[in-house]
Design a protein around this ligand. Structure first.
Ligand code: FES
Ligand SMILES: [Fe+2]
Length: 372
């Protein structure tokens, strides 16, 4: 790896440097992150309501890794790499329900436990022991009885018990959380109007720069002149925890309303406004496409069954998205500068708009996984 600074973020957010600049562009560091962090942490796959019955499945992916999550005959969820053990074809696509998993290529058939049950020609190819071939497993867990997550590490510690404080906090803000269902968020009815995704992605910056920008509002007052039309900065609070963060503030023009942004490390955000019908959006906010390019990923819009028309549309963040993209791309260029090594985290013990403790907690999470 490129020479790496000895100076790394400390445990104390009030006295800590940021990650060294190489962490934001170095290919070796990126590969290390992929192997040790992305492939050993939990990632959102979908809604548990799509997996009610035996044989129901959803699919997801992480980089080039495709996975299946399926309800087995024993009623439990199981997860497998979505790859046939014959010649590597993808087994299932999208979501649906199956009695068994049949490969579209040469029709090998696996049961819901991932065991190969039929391979045409195995009667004449005695060296192929059908009974010994099975799909490779991954870990699966459900958070708050709602969100299905997977982890490529088959030995991963279950996620839900690690997030007790997060789930309690989320439910205190959204008491109806467990009654919510995944729905299709209504599209933009005017095709000429730019959406947040149109203007904000892709970002020519390392995925951590995009996350760290989301994880603090220290920049909001100066860099987003119109943010006051969306939410208040004066009563904003931001808290960092080892696995998650929470930003909360009142909403402009909505009496009693609160704007909430949660982050689940490494890259999931959950956001919503309270005051109207409850809803939660969950998204992969920053998906790496190489060391210095980031896209938006998979997610979902959850609301109560009686709000399936999506009356609780989130606010318009198009302008903020445009500004954040520019901020991130400029900061990325700075990482290459001979005039910069690494930065400092700003901190406020009252957890006001100033504090960068969310970005700090995120950096410590990365360090833990990559072994720094
Ligand atoms: S690749 Fe699946 S049966 Fe051949
Ligand atoms: Fe911003």
């Amino acid at each position: 790896m490129t020479s790496f600074s000895d100076s790394l973020p400390s445990a104390d957010p009030s006295n800590s440097v940021t990650l060294p600049k190489e962490a934001y562009f170095d290919q070796d560091f990126f590969d290390l992150e992929k192997r040790e962090m992305w492939f050993k942490t939990w990632h959102y796959a979908g809604w548990v309501g799509e997996l009610k019955n035996v044989g129901d499945y959803i699919t997801a992916s992480l980089f080039e890794q495709d996975v299946i999550i399926i309800r087995g005959n024993d009623g439990q969820l199981a997860g497998f790499y979505n790859v046939c053990q014959h010649r590597g074809h993808k087994l299932l696509s999208g979501s649906g329900s199956v009695a068994s998993m049949r490969c579209p290529y040469h029709s090998w058939v696996y049961d819901l436990n991932g065991r190969l049950t039929h391979a045409r020609g195995s009667e004449t190819t005695l060296s192929v022991d059908v009974d010994k071939i099975r799909l490779r497993e991954i870990s699966v867990d459900v958070v708050a009885d709602l969100f299905v997550f997977f982890n490529l590490d088959p030995e991963a510690q279950p996620l839900d018990p690690q997030l007790t404080d997060f789930i309690d906090d989320l439910e205190s803000e959204v008491p109806d959380l467990r009654r919510m269902e995944l729905t299709t968020r209504p599209g933009n009815s005017d095709p000429d109007t730019e959406s947040f995704l149109d203007v904000a992605y892709p970002v020519n910056a390392n995925w951590k720069i995009v996350m760290e920008n989301f994880l603090e509002c220290y920049h909001c007052r100066g860099a987003h002149p119109d943010v006051k039309d969306l939410f208040a900065l004066d009563d904003l609070t931001l808290r960092g925890h080892p696995l998650w963060t929470k930003q909360k503030s009142s909403v402009t023009g909505l009496e009693g309303g609160k704007q909430l942004f949660y982050t689940l490390f490494p890259n999931m955000t959950l956001s919503f406004v309270t005051g109207g019908l409850p809803y939660v959006t969950i998204f992969e906010f920053a998906v790496p496409d190489g060391p210095t390019k980031t896209t938006f990923g998979h997610g979902g819009y959850y609301c109560l069954p009686d709000d399936m028309m999506g009356e609780t549309l989130p606010q318009d963040y198009v302008q903020v998205g445009r500004e954040d993209k520019d901020l991130c791309e400029s900061a990325q260029r700075g990482m290459f500068s001979l005039g910069y090594d690494q930065g400092r985290f700003m901190y406020d013990p009252t957890h006001s708009e100033i504090t960068e403790e969310g970005s700090h907690a995120f950096s410590r999470f990365i360090m833990k996984y990559v072994g720094l």
